[in-house]
Design a protein around this ligand. Sequence first.
Ligand code: IDP
Ligand code: MG
Length: 153
Amino acid sequence: MERTLVLIKPDAVQRGMIGLVTGRFESKGLKVAGLKMMQLTDGLLNEHYGHLSDKPFFPRIKSFMQETPVVAMCLEGVDAVDVVRGLCGVTNARQASPGTIRGDFGMSVQCNLVHASDSLETARAEVPRFFSDAELFTYAKADDPVVYADDER
Ligand code: IDP
Ligand code: MG
């Protein structure tokens, strides 16, 4: 099982889509291992978006991500990193495929509703950046046996 980080961004919070976005992941069969609301700090965003620090839009994305609290979520499942990225769609929401969260609900590059870890290596850095061990839960879920075949888990 993999674990990956999702952030529900301020545009989705402002638009009342926390439940809708969370529901997409739950309906897919991903397990919520951690979930909380957070007001992101400059320090955390400098770390989280460090790979974009030389981009002209870096200050804008930092202030955008602080406009409201975000919802941070750790999702668990087989191939969870790729599955979650696929559910989100490509960065530019206007180009994201219908059926994805960004493709169905977004019109912007910046305001694209969700963040999702882009690789297993990134997820392994991002999950502990946002969640302590005590905030992550391992539990059996009633639908586990029907979400996967026995040899897939
Ligand atoms: P990703 O979220 O699809 O992984 P990244 O390239 O990691 O995309 O960029 C992080 C976030 O920065 C994007 O989700 C988007 O909100 C914002 N962003 C990326 N490129 C641009 C841009 O060209 N203009 C404005 N914002 C951007
Ligand atoms: Mg990214």
